[in-house]
Design a protein around this ligand. Sequence first.
Ligand SMILES: CC(C)(COP(=O)(O)OP(=O)(O)OC[C@H]1O[C@@H](n2cnc3c(N)ncnc32)[C@H](O)[C@@H]1OP(=O)(O)O)[C@@H](O)C(=O)NCCC(=O)NCCS
Length: 101
Amino acid sequence: MFRIFAFDAGVLVGAGRGLGDGRDCAYLCDIAVLPTYQAQGVGKQIMARLLRLAAGHRKIILYAAPGKEGFYKRLGFRRMKTAMAVFPNPEAAVAGGYLEA
Ligand SMILES: CC(C)(COP(=O)(O)OP(=O)(O)OC[C@H]1O[C@@H](n2cnc3c(N)ncnc32)[C@H](O)[C@@H]1OP(=O)(O)O)[C@@H](O)C(=O)NCCC(=O)NCCS
C-alpha cells in the first residue's frame, strides 16, 4: 500500500514499505538505507513519510532487526508483549535473534 524510495542524484540509497488494510492495521517492513548513507537521517525521513501515509490505521506494527530497536523507539514504537511469527526456517530465526527458542 505504501512505498518510499530515497534517491541521491538518481541513485537509490534507501527504501521502506508498508502493507495496510486502509483502516485497522498497517505493517511497516524492509526499512533499509545504503550503509554509506546511514546515520544521516535518511531512515528517519523514510519512517516519517511511511507513518504519515499509514496515519489513520488503528495500529501500526513492525518488528525490528536485532539491534535496531532503538531506532524505532525514538520514533514512538513500543515493544509488543504478545507478538508472534511463523518463519520458514525457525532455527535460523532463533539464531538470528528474531524468535525465542
Ligand atoms: C536501521 C536503519 C534503517 C536506520 O537508518 P539511518 O538512516 O541509519 O538512521 P537515521 O540516521 O535516520 O537515525 C535516526 C535516529 O535513530 C538513531 N538510530 C539509528 N540506528 C539506531 C540503532 N540501531 N539503535 C538506536 N538508535 C539508532 C540515530 O542515532 C538517530 O537519532 P536522532 O534522531 O536522535 O539523531 C539503517 O541503519 C539500516 O538500513 N540498517 C540496515 C537494514 C536494517 O537493519 N533495517 C531495519 C530492519 S528492521
